[in-house]
Design a protein around this ligand. Structure first.
Ligand code: G
Ligand code: G
Ligand code: NA
Ligand code: MN
Length: 254
């Protein structure tokens, strides 16, 4: 069976699962968001890495129905935690270019919000910098439509593409996530530190919030705090967790 056919079967058999990683306010330590991450445990072959199966899902177009499942499951989970008063923050969901290009994307988002009862401002759509810059006209239309619905927009993997922040400012972007490749060595590479510091300062000038990805050490966190970075995500706080484990973590925080 090809990977594509296994993915098709995985969708039918509901073999996908979402893990959740907290996003942390650097000043207060509070959780200010959660990101949903797609996982696949093939019952025959075991766990398959997202970096292996997501590109195949994208090339085959299967990411469109899989992505709709992600959106619905993440929003339902966010609303469940909200209604149990465990956490009330935006749930970030990753979107692929193939989903972004579907004319029905905003209808799907609106339907999911209505069906799950999640308020629109508790959903954040995460788009990569390269997706946003691929077709700026289409991007502007879709993002304006998303903002009319009231959802948040985040730019993922910032720094790996070719946009200038000034250009990004044309789009209704709520926040940037600095790619973890720029964060990894800020303690030892002055150039990386300068890039991260400059991205944060420039984004703030444009009134865009900044989250640093892949924070693993207290030293990194201290430097980011010194640069007034708003938030971080990373193993220092928590790995992405299955829903049950996140539920237990949230209960422990109450
Ligand atoms: O989740 P990490 O744990 O391994 O994710 C690997 C890659 O897969 C990242 O680039 C991440 O953005 C992407 N990814 C994770 N979940 C989803 C998802 O639900 N949809 C899409 N399109 N990409 C995802
Ligand atoms: O493309 P995106 O930024 O959505 O992907 C996030 C990826 O980074 C996921 O694979 C996620 O599991 C991973 N990740 C999250 N936190 C850390 C971290 O602190 N260190 C490393 N190395 N990877 C992380
Ligand atoms: Na992401
Ligand atoms: Mn990223």
């Amino acid at each position: 069976l090809t990977l594509e056919n296994r993915l098709r079967r995985a969708l039918e058999r509901q073999e996908f699962e979402l893990y959740y990683q907290p996003q942390v306010d650097i000043a207060s330590g509070d959780f200010i968001g959660l990101e949903a991450m797609l996982r696949w445990n093939d019952p025959d072959e075991g766990p398959v890495e997202p970096d292996v199966f997501i590109p195949v899902a994208e090339d085959s177009g299967l990411i469109v129905p899989i992505g709709a499942w992600v959106l619905r499951t993440a929003c339902a989970q966010a609303e469940a935690w909200r209604s149990k008063h465990l956490i009330d923050v935006p749930m970030a969901v990753n979107l692929s270019a193939r989903q972004f290009d579907e004319a029905s994307l905003l209808d799907i988002v609106a339907d999911v919000l209505e069906d799950t009862g999640l308020p629109a401002d508790r959903l954040e759509l995460e788009l990569t910098e390269s997706l946003i810059m691929r077709n700026p006209e289409l991007t502007a239309d879709v993002l304006d439509g998303a903002k009319r619905l009231g959802v948040m927009i985040g730019v993922d993997d910032f720094g790996t593409g070719y946009s200038s922040l000034a250009y990004l400012k044309r789009f209704p972007i709520d926040r940037l996530k600095i790619d973890r490749s720029f964060i990894a060595d800020i303690e030892t590479e002055p150039d990386d530190a300068a890039i991260a510091e400059t991205i944060i300062a420039m984004a703030h000038t444009l009134r865009i919030q900044v989250l640093a990805e892949g924070v693993e050490t207290v030293g990194q966190l201290r430097m980011l705090r010194g640069w007034a970075c708003d938030a971080y995500q990373g193993y220092l706080c928590s790995r992405p967790l299955p829903a049950d484990d996140m539920n237990a973590l949230l209960k422990g925080l109450r």
